[in-house]
Design a binder for this molecule. Structure first.
Ligand code: UD1
Length: 418
């Protein structure tokens, strides 16, 4: 059990190279069982969610080799269609294994997936999509049993553009017979990355990044050597932190269009931003002005995964901001902790009204989910005095070497073993 001890008040200056995107790598890892040839993925960040996914692959019988930010998966030895319960409870993305394991073994067994507690997070859209592809699903004793001797292409309309459901259906459809069309598909850049990855394995997937994705089933997929895209949420977190603390940061590895909604708000807040190719340069004097309203939306709208970090910025900006969280029901658990640091936040259901105060002060606060935990860190970086953030295992789920990266930018932050 580690904690972060942060002494606030330093400007942040320097460069940041994005880690490989957590939300891209997790489905890519699940997709690796679609072939029995070797799959090499580069840009695999050293974070807890990824390590858990690699454990799941090992437990279904794959051979996994890890070399720094590279993972080599050989699933020719995969034997099990059962996704281990202990790890499923830890990691919501284990649900992606349904689509790929079904494709590989024609059956799959999984318990209801876990992950950060930020709302109900059902998987009904995943399951109804799989049913349309011909999968028989029985839910019994907390387990979901799936079986499909033949996966058959289908026309699927999602009630909501769910990222996970879109990816899971793609994984189940790549080797299905005939054509699958996903309408009202999620448009997130990570889905485009999955399309590139699968096509590099010999799949035929088109349209990712738009609302309609077309998958023509192929007979077999082969091995691949692939570099995952950069993590837009990680980069967004460091941009927000620099905006709050003041300073200058140049990030690489994430093109501006993947963060357009955040950059638009940060410009309105008073930051100077220049972008070129995969680089974003942000300059801030630390004196920010509030924007009136921020609403989280599916891509290309404002990402829910940056809502908490952005709320930390609103705490000391001049004026008030109304935040509307439209994706998840309980994504304001960090608010009570920010209030300990002197923030003025009123939460009612999906709305949070934040009135900017002059300064936050150090306190002892507790992370209760991944992005909410990151928000406490970025708030602490500019708070007066010392802040201790506990339960940082949540933060380790998604950020590789957070403290080292912030230290290299000039922050005073250290990890302390409790
Ligand atoms: C993914 C991301 C997560 C991000 C989220 C929204 C990964 C590994 N995780 O999560 O970081 O916060 O997208 O951008 O990529 N829903 C249903 N039924 C379903 C599926 C989803 O009702 O079957 C609802 C959810 O409860 C939620 C909304 O749809 O309210 C969005 O969920 P979804 O897009 O599926 O998010 P995840 O794939 O879980």
């Amino acid at each position: 059990m580690d904690k972060f001890v942060i002494n606030g008040g330093e400007k942040l200056c320097g460069k940041l190279q994005a880690q490989g995107a957590k939300n891209a790598v997790l489905p890519l890892l699940a997709a690796s069982v679609l072939t029995d040839e070797q799959v090499k993925i580069r840009g695999v960040p050293q974070i807890r969610d990824v390590e858990n996914m690699l454990h799941i692959l090992t437990e279904v019988g794959c051979t996994v080799k890890r070399q720094k930010d590279c993972a080599v998966i050989d699933s020719s030895s995969a034997v099990s269609h059962e996704i281990p319960t202990r790890l499923t409870k830890e990691l919501r993305s284990s649900v992606f294994m349904l689509g790929s394991v079904l494709t590989r073994f024609h059956r799959a067994k999984i318990s209801y997936p876990g992950g950060c507690d930020i709302g109900l997070r059902p998987i009904d859209l995943h399951l109804s999509g799989l049913k349309r592809l011909g999968v028989k699903i029985v839910e019994k004793d907390g387990y979901i049993h799936c079986e499909a001797q033949r996966l058959q292409g289908a026309d699927i309309l999602l009630d909501f553009p769910s990222v996970g459901a879109t990816e899971n259906i793609i994984l189940a459809a790549v080797k299905a017979e005939g054509l699958t069309v996903i309408r009202n598909a999620a448009k997130e850049p990570e889905i485009v990355d999955l399309q590139h990855f699968l096509n590099a394995m010999g799949a035929n997937v088109r349209g990712a990044g738009g609302g309609t994705i077309v998958i023509e089933g192929v007979k077999r997929l082969h091995g691949v050597d692939y570099t995952a895209m950069g993590d837009r949420i990680e980069v967004g977190t460091y941009l927000v932190a620099t905006a709050i603390c003041g300073g200058e940061i140049e990030t690489s590895g994430v093109p501006a269009e993947n963060l357009a909604a955040l950059l638009h708000k940060l410009r309105e807040n008073g930051c100077k931003i220049h972008t070129k190719n995969d680089k974003i340069l942000l300059r801030s004097d630390g004196r920010l002005t509030s924007v009136d309203l921020v609403e989280t939306m599916p891509f290309p709208g404002f990402p829910t995964d940056l809502q908490a970090q952005y709320a930390a910025l609103c705490c000391t900006a001049r004026g008030s901001t109304l935040i509307m969280e439209n994706l998840f029901e309980t994504r304001y658990r960090y608010a009570a902790e920010l209030k300990r640091m002197g923030a003025d936040i009123t939460v009612r259901g999906r709305a949070a009204l934040i009135r900017g105060v002059e300064k936050l002060h150090g306190a002892c606060v507790m992370a209760s989910d991944l992005r909410g935990g990151a928000a406490l860190v970025v708030a602490a970086l500019n708070a007066e005095g010392q802040t201790t953030v506990t339960d940082i295992a949540y933060i380790d789920r998604g950020y590789a070497d957070l403290e080292g990266k912030f230290r290299r930018l000039g922050a005073k932050i250290k990890r302390v073993r409790i």
